[in-house]
Design a protein around this ligand. Structure first.
Ligand code: NAD
Length: 325
């Protein structure tokens, strides 16, 4: 376990802090799952285990920013069996609550499926309608202030119609694949992958460099709102659209888990035709009161799960072989 932790923490440093991973996501996920299995079997979780924390360290060149509301990682399901296990846990938690609170029953669960964009998490702060801060997720509590960099994303509104106090809007900064291709046609140093291109540009101290990458962003959550309450996910997404945030048109709603599972397979088939990277789909409960009751572990919400697709890239060691002919 100690060896795995040391290895994963080193990979995290390259991925989150330097935006320059040294192993594929597939390899990282394989080792991470091995650690999770060891922790479950032994009942021991060492204090510096990456299973207990969100993201990585912040870069020293940026001003630290404390989020109003914590940002989270996501629980993962690599296949339909572990998705079903998540579903059963959700049902159990809802039933437990309902049996103890007969006068405050939670509704039967309904789900939304969204794409899991592969870029850099963004947290935007608006106060009385003005964009006053933008930050990375960092360790979920403290992130890096990257307001000038985020302002280079043309679709991010600098002011919004909603002027009632402070809200935090979360989304993902991405580089479209067509933009990456066009960039690489003339770039002195071609960029390897759209995720690292977006994350590296947003965490570049020079916003002029960020601007050359022509980034985009999709927004999908309000983490904090001083004076606004949403009944469900649909209402929250509508609020984002009404305030001119770029929300991906794809969001499908389900009450049946079987139909939801069939949809996940369809997304997987459509993945290659998208103009941006996704590393899976996110399944979330839609009802906000149920989200509040189910709450969070140290690392992720119990009311959502990432259904991960097989990583597209994988790493190979090329060995030179000499032939004695
Ligand atoms: P995560 O996979 O737990 O997912 C949480 C993130 O998903 C959020 O921060 C958000 O930015 C993003 N997201 C995208 N679309 C979303 C949507 N519709 N709704 C909600 N959130 C959405 O994030 P994580 O913990 O930072 O990443 C873990 C993954 O990163 C690993 O599974 C691995 O694949 C990869 N990783 C790779 C390396 C490496 O060295 N290759 C190192 C560390 C992590």
């Amino acid at each position: 376990m100690e060896q795995l932790i040391a290895q994963l923490n080193q990979y995290n440093y390259h991925y989150y802090t330097l935006d320059n991973p040294i192993v594929s996501d597939k390899e990282y996920d394989r080792l991470y799952d091995e650690l999770v299995a060891l922790e479950q079997d032994s009942g021991i979780v060492l204090p510096d285990s990456p299973t207990q924390r969100v993201g990585g360290e912040t870069l020293s060149g940026f001003e630290p920013h404390r989020h109003q509301a914590r940002l989270w990682s996501l629980d993962k399901a690599q296949d339909m069996d572990s998705l079903e296990a998540w579903h059963q846990r959700v049902l159990r938690l809802i039933n437990d609550y309902n049996s103890k609170n007969p006068d405050k029953q939670l509704p039967d669960p309904s789900f939304v499926v969204e794409l899991k964009f592969d870029g850099l998490t963004l947290n935007l702060t608006y106060t009385d309608g003005q964009l006053v801060q933008a930050s990375t997720r960092g360790n979920g509590v403290m992130g890096e202030s990257i307001l000038p960099q985020v302002k280079t994303i043309q679709s991010v509104p600098l002011t919004i119609p909603y002027k009632d106090g402070t809200i935090e809007v979360q989304g993902e900064g991405i580089m479209n694949l067509s933009v990456l291709q066009a960039y690489n046609e003339t770039a002195a140093e071609p960029l390897k992958n759209a995720r690292n291109a977006a994350a590296g540009a947003l965490r570049n101290l020079n916003p002029q460099v960020t601007a050359t990458r022509k980034l985009s962003a999709y927004f999908y959550n309000i983490g904090y709102a001083e004076s606004k309450i949403f009944a469900d996910h649909q209402e929250m997404l509508q609020f984002l659209r009404d305030n001119k945030f770029k929300v991906n048109p794809y969001a499908e709603y389900f009450s049946s888990m079987d139909e939801l599972k069939a949809e996940l397979l369809r997304i997987q088939e459509r993945r290659a035709s998208l103009d941006f990277l996704i590393d899976g789909a996110v399944v979330k409960l839609t009802d906000m009161r149920t989200r509040e009751v189910l709450g969070y572990t140290d690392k992720f919400p119990r009311w959502a799960v990432a259904f991960k697709f097989e990583a597209e890239e994988t790493s190979t060691i090329l060995e030179s072989v000499s032939w004695n002919v």
